[in-house]
Write a protein that binds this ligand. Structure first.
Ligand SMILES: C[S@@+](CC[C@H](N)C(=O)[O-])C[C@H]1O[C@@H](n2cnc3c(N)ncnc32)[C@H](O)[C@@H]1O
Length: 223
């Protein structure tokens, strides 16, 4: 199936904005959010922030941005202080102004992730950080099985139309090309259930972390 365009994803997420938080897995949201450590004095922007669910767990001063106007409206309803409706590939931000950009589960929706990286590079200050989470491409088959099973449970996460995720090889390559130096790569969540949190923490440290759902990448902006 052909990948949807940015505009088509915008429409998909517009249509789910009301129920996004209800159908999202609160355990995996928390695990993604805890990956990002920031200083509250820093100016941080989130791309693809949706309802502000992740940054709300980190620091309410984070600037939320999302291509979906309906998601942005939900973020405002969730008392997020700064919300901008924009495409992650066209950030309306001045150069050298941000201390950090975070982006959880968004980069693989983009028409051209390199536009996001070059805009991020421009907006970030020297030695500032880019923090990204992506669904583990090695777990694509499991994602397809889960998508199929959703047919039988309408309360599950909706079909967002995304069938492919970004490979780590390609992500590393484009980060480097856009002057980002990777400082850490971590993997998280084998079992997406809060009741198995301790088992996850244990398994994430060993070789079985190959089967983790999420990869968290931090990179430094080299200027
Ligand atoms: C899977 S949701 C992730 C939301 C939140 N970051 C989280 O981790 O729960 C993806 C979000 O990315 C947004 N998005 C998709 N394409 C985008 C683009 N080109 N620019 C900005 N946001 C985009 C969607 O509207 C949606 O809110």
């Amino acid at each position: 199936m052909k990948k949807l365009s940015n505009l088509e994803f915008k429409k998909k997420f517009d249509s789910i904005a009301d129920t996004y938080e209800k159908v999202s897995n609160s355990y995996t949201i928390t695990r993604r959010a805890e990956s990002f450590k920031i200083d509250s004095a820093e100016v941080i922007l989130e791309t693809g922030s949706g309802t502000g669910i992740i940054s709300g767990l980190i620091d309410k001063s984070i600037i939320c941005t999302d291509i979906s106007y309906e998601m942005c409206k939900q973020a405002v309803r969730n008392n997020r202080e700064n919300v901008i409706c924009c495409d992650a590939e066209k950030l309306p931000i001045r150069s050298n102004i941000l201390d950090g950009i975070l982006s959880a589960e968004t980069i693989y929706y983009l028409d051209n992730p390199q536009h996001f990286l070059s805009d991020s590079y421009s907006a970030l200050k020297k030695k500032s950080k880019l923090m990204i989470t992506v669904f583990n491409q090695d777990m694509k088959l499991v994602d397809r099985i889960r998508s199929f099973l959703r047919i039988f449970d309408k309360n599950q996460y909706f079909d967002d139309g995304q069938r492919d995720f970004i490979s780590m090889g390609y992500l590393k390559q484009i980060l480097e090309k856009n002057n980002f130096k990777i400082t850490s790569i971590r993997k998280k969540v084998i079992f997406p259930f809060g009741s198995l949190h301790k088992l996850n923490l244990y398994l994430e440290k060993g070789r079985l972390n190959y089967f983790c759902y999420f990869i968290i990448i931090e990179a430094k902006c080299i200027k």
